[in-house]
Design a binder for this molecule. Structure first.
Ligand SMILES: [Fe+2]
Length: 244
């Protein structure tokens, strides 16, 4: 089976459309969306509708989806302003859809989450070593998939004291470790922050036992202009142009 894993669409319809078109030619059997469908960008309802049109897709809740579906917005700065903007525009049906998303998904030896296995109770980033260790402790799955950092990565646990972190390039095909446990971060579709503005996603191929890393070009100038035209904070448009 080939599973396309992606995250952090952040209401960016141009990036989402480009990713779907790219993945459709790559023999995908199932899609898993790791959350943060909304927030930051100008097209929350359109992105939800487009994602719902994908036949075999699973959804995991992100922190921005959670905030957009909550009464009180516990977010500050540009993120908080964008969530308030989003809440005013989401249809009742789409707000209900966000509220109903799972906190995480387990499939045999695979675990899918937005930020980490803690779900709503703690949206910490799997980046520093202490948090990487905490993550391997909280989930027993052989392979864990996450987003949230907006930066693609492979983290391999060598032993209790040693982890190895790799930042894969576009087109990298990373073998799944036969014995060691791993975390694969798929990066972000709609707001990459690893210096490459192209949409980022991965494909897990269970038969070949590899993870492919893909970057997809899209019209990020158009998406940025929509953010400005919507009256959302200008910094959110700038980030799409630089990928940082
Ligand atoms: Fe997030």
């Amino acid at each position: 089976m080939r599973i396309a894993v992606f995250s952090d669409v952040h209401s960016n319809l141009e990036a989402l459309s480009a990713f779907i078109e790219h993945s459709m030619t790559r023999n995908i059997h199932r899609y898993v969306c790791l959350g943060d469908i909304v927030g930051y960008g100008a097209n929350p309802n359109q992105c939800i509708r487009l994602l719902q049109s994908i036949p075999d897709i699973f959804f995991v809740l992100g922190n921005h989806d959670n905030a957009a579906g909550s009464e009180i917005v516990a977010m500050n700065g540009d993120a908080g302003r964008a969530i308030l903007w989003t809440k005013r525009r989401l249809t009742l049906q789409n707000t209900g859809f966000l509220k109903g998303m799972s906190e995480n998904i387990s499939l045999e030896n695979l675990f899918f989450c937005h930020a980490n296995p803690s779900g709503k109770s703690d949206w910490y980033y799997i980046a520093e070593k202490a948090y990487i260790s905490r993550t391997f402790f909280r989930s027993r799955a052989k392979i864990l998939f996450a987003g949230h950092t907006h930066a693609a990565a492979v983290i391999t646990r060598k032993n209790f004291f040693c982890v190895y972190i790799r930042k894969p390039e576009n087109g990298a095909v990373v073998p799944v470790a036969s014995l060691n446990r791993q975390i694969f971060n798929c990066g972000s579709i709609g707001q990459p922050r690893d210096g490459d503005p192209r949409a980022s996603y991965i494909i897990y191929d269970s038969e070949k036992s590899v993870v492919e890393f893909h970057r997809v070009e899209y019209d990020h100038k158009r998406a940025a202009n929509k953010i400005l035209a919507a009256g959302l904070p200008g910094l959110l448009a700038d980030r799409l142009l630089t990928g940082s």
